[in-house]
Every structure is written in C-alpha cells, then in structure tokens.
Design a protein around this ligand. Sequence first.
Ligand code: PLP
Length: 376
Amino acid sequence: MKPIQMVDTKSQYLKIKSQVDEAIMEVLDSAAYINGKAVTDFTQHLNNYVGSKHTIPCANGTDALQIAMMALGLQPGDEVITPSFTYIATTEVVALLKLKPVFAEVDPNTFCIDPASIRKLITPKTKAIVPVHLYGHAAPMEEIMQIAKEHNLFVIEDNAQAIGCTYTFSDGSKKKTGSIGHIGCTSFYPSKNLGAYGDGGAVFTNDDSLAITLKMAANHGQQTRYYHDIVGCNSRLDSIQAAILNIKLAHLDEYNNARKSVAAFYNKAFANHPKITIPFVADYSDHVYHQYTLQLSGVDRDALQKYLAEKKIPSMIYYPVPGHKQKMFDQLGLEKVNLEITDDLTSKVISLPIHTEFEQDQLEYIVSEVLNFINK
Ligand SMILES: *Cc1c(COP(=O)(O)O)cnc(C)c1O
C-alpha cells in the first residue's frame, strides 16, 4: 500500500506533469514572470468558471481578504462579523487593518456561520460580514445577503476552502461560491482544492467600481502607473503559478468529484455510528470536501489520533483553538465572548486524510483502523 498522506500533491502532479512542465518552460522562455500572458489567461478562465464579473488575482488568500477589506474603505474601529471557528487568516486581517473582529457562532451541523448569531451581533458600527465556506461547504448565503441588505452591510465570502462549490437559492437558481457576496476571496495554497505549486489567491466581484478599487488596493493604489490615489499594497500572482493553475483549473471539477467519492466512501462506513457524526450537507449547498471532518462523541480524540499515527494514518484537528481564544486578540482588549457551540466543536472534530489520489486499499485501511479504535 502506498503511504497515506493528508494531501497527496505529488501524485496529482505526476498525472499532469508533461503539461505543467511545458507551461512552466513557456513562462521561463517568455521572461514575463510578472503579469504575463499566463496571468491574463488564468484570470479570464477563473472568472468564467466562478461566474463572477471581475476577478483580480493576488499573492495569497490572506492578501485577498486584506485587499477586500481595504477596498471597502472601512474605518478603524468598524466592526466585522466573522465566525470564530475558522482559519486564523479570516480574522487576523480584520485586526491587522485596525477593524474590530466580532466573533459569531456557527451552525453545529454545517460548521458555517449562523445567521441568527449574526443578527444578534449587529451594532451601528457593523460594516461587514465575512462568512467562511468551511471545509468546502457553503455558508447560508441567501440569508446572509438578506441580513446585509436589511442593515446595509458588505459581505465578503472567504471561499478559500470551497472553490467549485455550487450554491442553490430558494428560487432554484445556482451560483458558485465566491460570486455571491459583494466580494469573494480565495486561496491557491498548494493543499487547497485548486492548489498552485507555491502561493496564490484571487478576489471576485460583480461590482464594476469595486473591481477598480480592488485592483488599485492590490497594486499600490494606482490605476495609472506612478499615480497613487489610495494606500494599497503589492500583491501579485506570479506567471509561473498562473500557468500551473490554468492547467489545474481544467481539472478542478474532476478533482472535486474525486474528493466527493472519498467522502462518500467514508460516509458509508461511518454513517449511523453512535459515536460518529458524518459531515452534513445542507440542501442549498454542494460539498467539495476541502476537509473531511467528523464529530466524535464519547471517544478519546487524542488517543484516537495517537493510535492512527501509530498505524501511519495522519489526521488533523481543524482548528484546535478558535479565534475568540487566540492570544493575538487578547491584546486587542476585545470583550470576552462565550461561544459554546464553537468550543464544543473544537473539542469534537477530527479531519481524516482527503485528496484526489487515493487508492481503494488506503481508504479501506483508514476506515477499518478508525472503527477498530472506536469500537474497541
Ligand atoms: C487557506 C485559507 C486562507 C488563507 O489563504 P493563504 O493563501 O494561505 O493566505 C484564508 N481563509 C481560509 C478559511 C483558509 O482556509
């Protein structure tokens, strides 16, 4: 049996190696390392794929969130509602820009921000909501957009974990996540569903004037070279990464389907187990399984992880410490919040290996060892 990895980017690369190598050589040959044709091509293809009006590539997913918040012209002290149960980048950027992160509770089934919690946290200072499509499942965007409309708030989707996920509205219409809010953000970190071989990110919007400001924010505040109208930053996707991503984008649906097959295999094995809750999929959301995350009850999670590690099966806790308990926010003097569901999930979740390159014997082995331990 091939060794089991959380993510197997190498085997995935080997299947498209000749195309990728050729695309990299083309960039080297063109010497257009920054803003070359590869970047223009990829941006266009990604824009079509996501179904957004504008796509602005940038250096990574954290920058994408920062650029989004910079472009909205938020003022220090403005409040931004985000889930606490997310990767730190989402909330760190809020604090970096001297905005105030306000931590909302999540839905214990979907792991995504709970609209009822958002409603309770809105104050006159609230300016934006940042839902995160965690693990590859969409946050309830229809209701979030409704709340935003009622209170005149911006919505920035953190789509770093859900590129390719389709959202179904109550009228039956469909959109890709990342194209629903005022701004969408994504990451091409190598382990993401659409991963580069280095860093990368992108910002999406359907708003023409926001698109201009987003581009400026990512490029030293300039529209015309050397005329800097706003304070921006320097955040670019380089041409080699764009060329690689352009090839991988053509495989994204196939990659997401491979993840869904792995999840289906796991689901079948773990469904109806009294100590295991398998991932929930809401009727409005697709699931592209950036992570396959179980909730355990009555299982010693540390001991399970240790057992699996001995059996050479990696597993991860995403995330062991929620935002509202991170030291970095202590320094901001935020009022203490009590997020029971988030704290509870933090102690219950475990993510099993998921990627596009599994062999059947590996999956069977993982399932049997997890059940071996839990049924013991
Ligand atoms: C990966 C990730 C980011 C940040 O992306 P980077 O490219 O690593 O900067 C932001 N938010 C979430 C939810 C992520 O998973």
